[in-house]
Structure formats: C-alpha cells, structure tokens
Write a protein that binds this ligand. Sequence first.
Ligand code: FAD
Length: 499
Amino acid sequence: MESSLNAVRRAHDLEDARDEVADLLVIGLGATGAGVALDAAARGLSVVAVDAHDLAFGTSRWSSKLIHGGLRYLATGRIGLARESAAERDLLLRHIAPHLVKAQPFLMPLTPAVSAATARKLMTGYRLGDLLRAAAGTPKKLVPGPSRLGAGAALDLVPALAADGLRGALRSYDGRVVDDARLVVALARTAAGHGARVLTRCRALGLAGDGAEVRDELSGETFTIKARVVVNATGVWAGELAPEIALRPSRGTHLVLREDTLGPLKAGLHVPIPGETSRFLLVLPQSDGHVLVGLTDEPVEGPVPDVADVPESDVASLLGTLNSVLATHVTREQVAGAYAGLRPLIDAGTGRTADLSRRHAVLKGKDGVITVVGGKLTTYRRMAEDAVDAACPQARRSTTARLPLVGATPRGVRAPWRLVERYGSEAEDITALIETNRALGAKVIPGGATTWAELVWAVRHEGALDEHDLLDRRTRIGLIPEDRLSALKVARHVLSLET
Ligand SMILES: Cc1cc2nc3c(=O)[nH]c(=O)nc-3n(C[C@H](O)[C@H](O)[C@H](O)COP(=O)(O)OP(=O)(O)OC[C@H]3O[C@@H](n4cnc5c(N)ncnc54)[C@H](O)[C@@H]3O)c2cc1C
C-alpha cells in the first residue's frame, strides 16, 4: 500500500532524504505539519517531513477533539475567523474525513444559575452559529440547528443532570473528530501516498533557509537534509528553532472518566464557568465510551516540556464546575485519567492567554525559514495551504479542500461501526486480518474494545515503532494509566512478532 508507513519504509525514506534536495522540508508532524506535508505533496512537490518523536506527539493529541463551527469566534466579533472555521468544518465533514468527523449534540442545562436573559442570549448565539453553518453550505441534516428542550427531554438525554430547578436545556450541534491523533495519522499517510517522505524519530537540531541539521533519534546519527524551503510547524516548540517567534503557551487540562461514571450520555454538555461570560466547561462523550471533561486555560512559564503535567488545582477546578450541574457528584477517585496540552498562542504582549488571538500566523524568518503557528486543529488545512503558498509561491494551487484522506470513502464498508469510524474504508482490512487469524480478534485489555488486529495494523501501515506509539497515539488506551499498564504486555508482544 503506497500510503503505508512502517519501519522498513522509514529506513528507505531516510536514506533517500539524505541524498536528495527536497522541494520542501517540514519540521513537526502534528496536524499542521502533516497538513503542510500533504498540501505540498499533493501539489506535486517533493516533500520530507520529520518529527522528533512520533506523529501527533504534541498538542494535536491533547485537544478537545472539536471541529469548531466558528461560534466561539463570533462572541468576540472575529467574523473572518468564524467563517473560516465553519468552512473548514464543512470540508472535513463532507469531503476530507467524513469517517473521522461527525456532528455532536450538546446540551446547555438551564439551571437556576442561568438566568432567562442569559438563556436568551445563549440561544441567539447558537442561532448565529447555525447561520455560519448555512453560509458554509453544510446541510442541516449533517449539523442540525439549535432547539430548546424541556427538563424531561434534557434528562432523557443526560440522566446524570440534577433535576432540581432544571428548566430544560438548549441543544446545539458542533463537529467532533473521533480521535485527533488518528486525524494526524490519516494526514501523514495521505501525504505519504502522494510521495512525501514521512520520518518520525528525526529531530531538527537547527534550521537554515536551505535545510536542517537532523538527528536520527533511533541511531543517534546526525546529518543534513537539504531542501529548497523549510517550514517550521513545531507548534508550541516553534520558538526553539526560530528564536524570533514569541509564544505564550497556555495549559488546557481534560479529565478522563470511565463510561459508567456519568451513566448514559446521548449528548455532551456546555456548562457555564462561574465568573466567565464566554467560556464553558465541556463534557465530551467519546465513541469508545470514555468521557472527557475540559478544559482549563492557564498560562505556563519556562521551558516547554515534552508532555505537560496536570496540577491537582486543574482537576479540582474542573470537578467543581462539573459537579455544579450533576445529581450525584463525581469524586476525585472516579477520575480515571487526566491530560494537559499546551496551546501554541502567539504572544500579543499583554492580556490573559484566554484572550490571545487564536488565528494562525505564517512568518518568514531572516534565514528564509517559514514558521506556521497558532490556529486550531479545525483549521489545520487552511494553515497548511497558507504556509505552502508562502513557502512556494510558484507552486500550483492547493488541492486539499476536496482531497479525501486515507479511508475517507467508508460508504458500503462491511465492518463493525467502531472500526469504520476510526479506519473508514480500511476497516475491512482490519476485519480481514481477524478472519485470517482469529487470535487477532482478541481484546488488548479485558472489557476494552481495541483488538490485537488494530495494533498489528498500526505497526504494518501506520508507522507505529514502539509501544508508546501503539498505546498513546494509534490507539488511546494510554489515556487511562491503569488500562495502559494492563495493555503493555500485549503491545510489546505484537511488536516482537511484527518487527
Ligand atoms: C487543551 C487543548 C484543547 C484543544 N482543543 C481543540 C479543539 O477541540 N479543536 C480545535 O480545533 N483545536 C483545539 N486545540 C488547538 C489545537 O490542538 C492546536 O492548535 C493544534 O493541535 C496544533 O497543532 P500543531 O501541529 O501546530 O502542533 P503540535 O501538534 O504540537 O505538533 C508539533 C510537532 O512538532 C514536533 N517537534 C517539536 N520540536 C521538534 C524538533 N526540533 N524537530 C522535529 N520535530 C519537532 C513535536 O514532536 C510535535 O509532534 C486545543 C489545544 C489545546 C492545548
């Protein structure tokens, strides 16, 4: 398969990348860098893309997994950004990744803390969000409009809500990606399918206008990769390679709850945060049964860590807001996992990080290196297009708006729904693995949904090189430390069989 990534392809591509001069070298394989690799490769450019760790190692795997329709930007009057977000959501839902991106219903519970005037204001906002949907051309059947529900209907959808004083709820819809890390894997593989050399475990040590000094983190060897232009897409780490870039990282924490903690959830929740006017706590049911609860927005000082720690104060503040709308409080002991991501916000000099611009920037350094930073997961494609336009003004126009990612034609696929959501049309290949070897149908952890076959697939086709790639990015078993521990043995066993 041309889009397959694995250790053998990595070795070949690494060798070739050292001998050639690529049209474009992109550093960083989060959503932005993988998007740049795809945009450039699909324009017919020769591309090398490197990441110090793995696909989706950085912020891209720590998101809320929302594909925003732009409503949040309207609240602050950023109409251009709102329209851009709605347009990108439409492309993802309808053309680029219909298997990975779906509509998600949310309830805003009308508790005594939400006045009638506030409820009216919120409903007006949701209606404006619906206008953005219509302007982007997204059919209502894909993303339904908002509605007001009575208390009974709200409790039917989310029985965990406190019924006392509940006047009902406002229901709205937004986009959601099944797994942010899988979106990045699909982008990288689609780029590879267009000829990009996708190299994980290759750290850029220094950039120049015509290439980068790179260290193979597996062999320790250092060498130069030459390119006509270099794009720095290292997110929150961008300033380490381009010192003129000033970022103010902001920590966003999510809690991970097991399926039974809140009981059945047929919708997510928007919960007002006390003292804030346009920020809400999000309760995000995931298709694997976990529920994410997020998110904080706290400035972080000092060197940027590989993986951010979650302070207890974040856990306490998220639990406090969550419990304000629940019949039975969630305790600290019921929090099965927690993770934090760092937003790569561009330093505007003053103000709180929550107020800093979420728009992306494409900046050209004195050495000619292009840095693309800021923005959102939702707008990765637009960021990538802008970066390649700036890096290669002579190249032909971007084609990614209508370019389906690997697996994006799932119609008629005969496989369990859970696999179709994650693998699209390739779900049939996973079931075929199980049909030829029944042992691969076994679950990686007791009571879990992930099969051995998915780990085998990840090694053979998705570039997973070790157990961390398997458990933390190709699957998300690692989100709950207890589950991660019980899956380690199987992950290591699969790797020993496959490598
Ligand atoms: C908590 C949180 C929630 C969010 N939720 C949403 C959401 O719901 N919807 C949405 O649209 N957006 C969301 N965002 C924003 C979105 O996640 C980010 O804007 C986006 O993922 C950034 O992607 P990126 O590719 O630019 O950076 P990253 O994903 O961080 O990728 C950078 C990559 O560069 C690599 N790298 C770093 N240094 C080097 C080097 N020297 N050499 C080689 N590689 C290197 C890293 O390993 C990493 O893989 C959220 C952000 C946070 C923090």
